[in-house]
Ligand binder design. Structure first.
Ligand SMILES: *[C@@H]1O[C@H](CO)[C@@H](O)[C@H](O)[C@H]1NC(C)=O
Ligand SMILES: *[C@@H]1O[C@H](CO)[C@@H](O)[C@H](O)[C@H]1NC(C)=O
Ligand SMILES: *[C@@H]1O[C@H](CO)[C@@H](O)[C@H](O)[C@H]1NC(C)=O
Ligand SMILES: *[C@@H]1O[C@H](CO)[C@@H](O)[C@H](O)[C@H]1NC(C)=O
Ligand SMILES: *[C@@H]1O[C@H](CO)[C@@H](O)[C@H](O)[C@H]1NC(C)=O
Ligand SMILES: *[C@@H]1O[C@H](CO)[C@@H](O)[C@H](O)[C@H]1NC(C)=O
Ligand SMILES: *[C@@H]1O[C@H](CO)[C@@H](O)[C@H](O)[C@H]1NC(C)=O
Ligand SMILES: *[C@@H]1O[C@H](CO)[C@@H](O)[C@H](O)[C@H]1NC(C)=O
Ligand SMILES: *[C@@H]1O[C@H](CO)[C@@H](O)[C@H](O)[C@H]1NC(C)=O
Ligand SMILES: *[C@@H]1O[C@H](CO)[C@@H](O)[C@H](O)[C@H]1NC(C)=O
Ligand SMILES: *[C@@H]1O[C@H](CO)[C@@H](O)[C@H](O)[C@H]1NC(C)=O
Ligand SMILES: CC(=O)N[C@H]1CO[C@H](CO)[C@@H](O)[C@@H]1O
Length: 764
C-alpha cells in the first residue's frame, strides 16, 4: 500500500443538520460451537474480558455511537464498553479520553481562539475544557475527530459526542466508567463522586475505575452492595496520584492496601511484560500472580494493533500479543483494554487454548507459500529464513532465482544487490558496477550477474523492512543480518531433505540474457536436474511473469506452472484468462486485483477474478501478505488475520504467498475456523466496499486492462553456456493435486446488517 496512509486527512464536516445513515455489512462466519469449560488462569477461571476503549476506536473516532456499535457487533458478546468521564460546567458527564478536548473534537473550530489554561494535577494545560461549556452546547454542537495519525480521518466531524447514559440506549452488555481527574473537577466545584453516584441510580455501571485513590474511597461505600466493581487504574510508576500524593510505583508495592477499596487494578501492559530498550520483551513481572494472590482482578491496558514500538516478539501479529497476556501457561490477565476489541475477541475465542495441529493440507485449505522464506522475521532467501518458513507451517518454500557473474543460480528476490546488502559500502563494487538497466528497474543498481557467487556470499546482508522508510517499522532487528544465501542446487537439496515443496520464481530472464549473456532459465533447469528433482513434479511449481519462460518449462518438464500477473491495479479479461490457461495451471495476482482499494485505504470493491479463473480451472494465489498494519486496508481493522480470513472465506483463493507463514498457518488451525471454539464467536471477514459507504472517497479511475500475456521467445545467448541441460523432456510422474485444492469447507454465513441512523443535533 502506498505510503500516504498517515497523511490521509478527511475534511472537517461542519453541517447544520446532517442525517448520516450508516450501513455497514459485516459478514461473519459461524460454525457450531461446543460449549465447554476451559480452565483460564484468571481470578474467576472464566475467559478474560475484552474491554473496548471507546468502542472500536482504532477505526472510528472514539466514544461515538458507531465506535461502540461496531465494537459490540464484532466483539465477544460480553465485551465491556469503556467511557472516560469528563464533567461539563453544568455538572453533566461526557465521554472523552483527554481532559483537553482539543485533539479529539471539533471544539477549536467551533469556538476559535477561545482556549483556556488550567493547572491540572500540578501541570499547566492550555486547550479546551469541558468545565468551560455546558452539556447542551458540547453534546449538540461538537463532533469527535480521530486523534491518532495512523487512523482514518474520514469520519472526523461526523459523529456527536456522547454522555455516558447514551450507552444505556444501545445494546451494551456491560459498561466501564473511568474517572481520571476527580481532584481537578473538585477544585472547580464539580463533584465526580456525586455525579457517578447519581448516574448509578439510573443505569448499571459494571466497572468504575479511577486513577485517584481518593475518588474510589469516596464512592466505595455507595457501591458496596451493588454489582459494580471498583478498579484502581495505574498510570506510569513515576506519576503521582494527586489525591493521596503517592506515586503509582509505591501504591503498587501494597496491593493489600488497594484491596481495602478496590476489586481490581488496571495497569499499563508493560507492568506485566516489560519491554526492553532493544524492543523485545523481558521476563514477565509477578504482578498478575501477586494481584490474584491479593484477591484483586488485574486488567491490562494500552493495546492497539497499529502501535508503533510493538514488541518484536510478536512479528507484527496483534493476536500474538493478546495471547502473551491470556494464554502463556503461567498466568492470564482478567481483561484487556484495547482500541481493537475485535482482534482481542478473536484471540481469546479462536486462538487461546488451541493446541491443535494443522488440518490436512488437502481438506479445503489454501496452500501457504513463503515469500523469500519467513522474510517477515529473517533476511529474505537465507537458509534461516527457509528453515523458519518450514517451522512456521509453509507448504511451499519459494526461491526467486538470480544468477551470478560465474553463472551460479541462487535464491534472492532482487537482482539488484543494493536492496538488502551492504554492496554500496564496498569500493570494489561501488561505483564501478553501478549501472542502469531500464528493462529490470528504473533506478540504477549493482546487479548479481556482475559479481561472482563467492563474492556475493561475502556481502553483509540486511533484513528488508518494507514499512521502515515511511513508518519506522523494522523487522526483527536481532536477526537483521543473519543467515546465508543458498545456491539453487543447495536450496533444492535442503528442500528435499526437509521434505518440503518448492516454488521457483523466474523474472527478468530476457533482460538478463541481453545485459549479461547469462540464461537463468537454463541454469534453473540444470540445477533441477543435478539435484534429482527433475522427476519430482508434484514437489515443484515454476512461476514466471514471462510466457516464454513458462513455455520452455512446459516443453521440457511436467512441473506445475504459475503465471504471475505483474500489475497490481489491472482488470483481467476472460480472454486473457484463457490465454494464461494455455501457459499455466495457476495464476499469482496482487491483493488489489481481488479487492481493489481506494485512495482512502478502504477497500472499494471485490472483483470476480478468482471465480472467473476457477471457471477456467486455474488456481489462484494471492501475494504479498504482510502483517504490518500499513499493509492492511482499514476494513481489516489493522488485523492481518482478518485479511487472511477474507481472502480465504470471501475470495476463496487457493494459495497465500506471505512474508509471515506463521500467521497464515495459525489462521488455518484456529478454533473458530474449525468450529471447535468453546466461546460463541464468529471470526470477522470483510464485505469490501461497505465501509466506503460511510467514508466517501473521490471516484477512482477504472483499472486498465491487462496487456498482452504472450511475449516473443527469449533471445539466444551469444555464446553457448557451459553447462546445458539435456533437451530431452524430464520424465513425468503422476499429476499433482496441490495446485487445485477444492475449497468446499464452509458452513454457514450469517450476515450482520447494522443500520445506524444517527441524527445530528438530536439529544439523548
Ligand atoms: C463447567 O463448569 C461449571 C461450573 O464449574 C459446571 O457446572 C459445568 O458442569 C461445567 N461444564 C462442563 C462442560 O464441564
Ligand atoms: C494534541 O495536539 C497537539 C498539537 O497537535 C500536540 O502537541 C499534543 O501532544 C496533543 N496532545 C495529545 C494528548 O495527544
Ligand atoms: C484567531 O487568532 C488568529 C491569530 O492568533 C487570527 O489570525 C484569527 O483571525 C483569529 N480568529 C478569530 C475567529 O478570531
Ligand atoms: C442485545 O444483546 C443480547 C445479548 O448480547 C441479545 O441477546 C439481544 O438480542 C440484543 N438485543 C438487541 C435489540 O439487539
Ligand atoms: C468553589 O466554591 C467556593 C465556595 O462556594 C468558592 O469560594 C470558589 O470560588 C469556587 N471555586 C471555583 C473554581 O469556582
Ligand atoms: C508530596 O510528597 C512529596 C514527597 O513524598 C513531598 O515532597 C510533597 O511536598 C508532597 N506534596 C504535597 C502536595 O503534599
Ligand atoms: C499496606 O496497606 C495495609 C492496609 O492499608 C497497611 O496495614 C500496611 O501497613 C501497608 N503496608 C506497607 C508496607 O505499607
Ligand atoms: C552450491 O552450494 C553447495 C552447498 O553450499 C556447494 O556444495 C556447491 O558447490 C555450490 N554450487 C556452486 C555451483 O557453487
Ligand atoms: C526419480 O529418479 C530417481 C533417480 O534419479 C529414482 O530413484 C526415483 O525412483 C525416481 N522417482 C520417480 C517418482 O520416478
Ligand atoms: C465492483 O466490481 C464489479 C465487478 O467487477 C463491477 O461490476 C462493479 O461496477 C464494481 N462496482 C464499483 C462501485 O466499483
Ligand atoms: C537453453 O538451452 C537450450 C538447450 O537445452 C537451448 O536450445 C537454448 O538456446 C538455451 N537458451 C538460451 C537462451 O541459450
Ligand atoms: C453556539 C451554540 O451554542 N450553538 C448551538 C448549539 O446547539 C444548540 C442546540 O442545538 C443551539 O441552541 C445553539 O445555538
Amino acid at each position: 500500500m502506498p505510503s500516504g496512509k498517515m497523511a490521509v486527512k478527511g475534511r472537517l464536516l461542519q453541517f447544520v443538520f446532517v442525517h448520516v445513515s450508516v450501513v455497514l455489512c459485516l459478514w461473519s462466519m459461524q460454525g457450531t460451537y461446543a460449549q465447554g469449560n476451559s480452565s483460564w488462569q484468571t481470578l474467576s477461571g472464566k475467559a478474560p474480558l475484552v474491554i473496548a476503549h471507546g468502542g472500536l476506536s482504532g477505526l472510528f473516532p472514539d466514544q461515538t455511537l458507531p465506535a461502540y456499535q461496531i465494537a459490540i457487533s464484532t466483539s465477544l458478546s460480553n465485551a465491556v464498553m469503556f467511557c472516560d468521564l469528563q464533567l461539563t460546567k453544568d455538572a453533566q458527564g461526557i465521554c472523552r479520553t483527554d481532559i483537553n478536548l482539543e485533539n479529539t473534537t471539533t471544539i477549536s473550530s467551533f469556538f476559535p481562539n477561545q482556549s483556556s489554561t488550567y493547572l491540572v494535577n500540578g501541570q499547566k494545560i492550555t486547550g479546551y475544557f469541558a468545565i468551560d461549556h455546558t452539556a447542551d452546547v458540547l453534546l449538540n454542537n461538537i463532533t469527535a475527530i480521530q486523534a491518532i495519525s495512523s487512523r482514518p480521518t474520514v469520519f472526523d466531524g461526523s459523529f456527536l459526542l456522547l454522555p455516558p447514559d447514551a450507552m444505556a440506549a444501545i445494546n451494551v452488555s456491560s459498561i466501564w466508567l473511568n474517572v481520571q481527574y476527580s481532584k481537578f473537577y473538585d477544585e472547580h466545584n464539580l463533584s465526580m463522586p456525586s455525579y457517578v453516584r447519581s448516574l448509578s441510580r439510573n443505569m448499571i455501571l459494571d466497572y468504575v475505575s479511577s486513577t485517584e485513590v481518593g475518588f474510589l474511597r469516596a464512592v466505595a461505600a455507595n457501591f458496596r452492595r451493588s454489582k459494580t466493581k471498583l478498579i484502581l487504574r495505574f498510570l506510569d510508576k513515576e506519576d503521582t496520584d494527586p489525591s493521596i500524593n503517592q506515586t503509582y510505583g509505591s501504591i503498587l508495592t501494597n496491593l493489600t492496601f488497594v484491596k481495602t477499596f478496590a476489586a481490581g487494578i488496571l495497569v499499563p501492559k508493560s507492568f506485566i511484560w516489560p519491554l526492553g530498550t532493544d524492543g523485545y520483551l523481558q521476563a514477565p513481572t509477578s504482578l498478575v500472580k501477586d494481584a490474584h494472590t491479593s484477591g484483586l482482578e488485574i486488567f491490562a491496558a494500552d493495546f492497539g494493533s497499529d502501535e508503533y514500538g510493538l514488541s518484536h516478539n510478536y512479528s507484527y501479529d496483534p493476536v500474538k500479543e493478546y495471547l502473551q497476556f491470556v494464554d502463556n501457561k503461567n498466568f492470564a490477565v482478567d481483561g484487556i483494554l484495547t482500541d481493537f476489541p475485535v482482534t482481542a475477541s478473536e484471540a481469546i475465542a479462536c486462538y487461546a487454548h488451541n493446541n491443535v495441529s494443522r488440518p490436512s493440507r488437502t481438506a479445503g485449505n489454501p496452500l501457504i507459500i513463503s515469500h523469500n522464506g519467513a522474510s517477515g522475521d529473517y533476511v529474505g532467501s537465507t537458509d534461516i529464513a527457509y528453515q523458519a518458513a518450514i517451522r512456521d507451517g509453509a507448504d511451499y518454500i519459494d526461491c526467486s532465482v538470480q544468477i551470478t557473474k560465474d553463472g551460479v543460480p541462487f535464491c534472492r528476490e532482487s537482482p539488484d544487490l543494493m536492496v538488502g546488502t551492504a554492496v554500496l559500502s564496498n569500493s570494489a563494487y561501488y561505483p564501478s558496477l553501478l549501472k542502469s538497466i531500464p528493462d529490470i528497474q528504473s533506478d540504477k543498481g549493482i546487479f548479481t550477474f556482475d559479481i561472482t557467487w563467492g563474492d556475493i556470499q561475502g556481502l553483509q546482508k540486511n533484513i528488508y523492512s518494507p514499512f521502515e522508510e515511511n513508518y519506522q517499522l523494522v523487522r526483527n532487528p536481532a536477526e537483521a543480518s543473519m543467515g546465508s544465501y543458498m545456491n539453487l542446487t543447495a536450496f533444492l537439496q535442503f528442500a528435499k531433505e526437509a521434505n518440503i515443496s518448492v516454488l521457483i520464481n523466474i523474472e527478468n530472464a530476457r533482460a538478463i540474457i541481453s545485459s549479461s549473456n547469462l540464461d537463468i532459465t537454463n541454469a534453473t533447469l540444470s540445477a533441477l536436474k543435478i539435484s534429482g528433482y527433475d522427476n519430482k513434479t508434484d514437489r515443484i511449481m515454476i512461476q514466471s511473469d514471462d510466457s516464454a519462460v513458462l513455455l520452455q518449462f512446459k516443453q521440457k518438464t511436467k512441473f506445475k506452472l504459475i503465471y504471475k500477473v505483474d500489475e497490481s491495479n489491472v482488470i483481467i479479461s476472460d480472454s486473457s484468462i484463457k490465454e494464461i490457461k494455455t501457459l499455466a495451471d495457476s495464476v499469482t495476482i496482487f491483493r488489489g486485483v481481488i479487492f481493489p482499494s481506494a485512495s482512502s485505504f478502504f477497500l472499494s470493491n471485490a472483483t470476480d477474478v478468482v471465480r472467473r479463473m476457477h471457471s477456467q480451472n486455474l488456481s489462484v494465489f494471492v501475494h504479498f501478505l504482510r502483517n504490518e498494519f500499513p499493509a492492511l486496508a482499514f476494513d481489516y481493522f489493522e488485523d492481518p488475520t482478518m485479511e487472511i480470513s477474507s481472502f480465504v472465506e470471501v475470495a476463496k483463493v487457493d494459495g497465500l504467498i506471505t512474508d509471515f507463514p506463521a500467521t497464515a498457518s495459525a489462521y488455518l488451525k484456529n478454533a473458530c475456523r474449525q468450529s471447535r471454539t468453546t466461546i460463541d464467536y464468529a471470526m470477522q471477514i470483510v464485505d469490501p466496499g461497505s465501509l466506503l459507504t460511510l467514508a466517501p472517497a473521490p471516484a477512482q479511475a477504472p483499472a486498465p486492462a491487462l496487456g498482452e500475456v504472450m511475449e516473443p521467445p527469449l533471445p539466444s545467448l551469444k555464446v553457448s553456456p557451459a553447462s546445458e541441460p539435456s533437451t530431452e523432456p524430464l520424465s513425468p510422474t503422476s499429476p499433482t493435486k496441490s495446485g487445485s485444492v477444492s475449497l468446499t469447507r464452509h458452513s454457514m454465513f450469517v450476515s450482520l446488517l447494522i443500520g445506524l441512523f444517527i441524527l445530528f443535533f438530536a439529544s439523548y
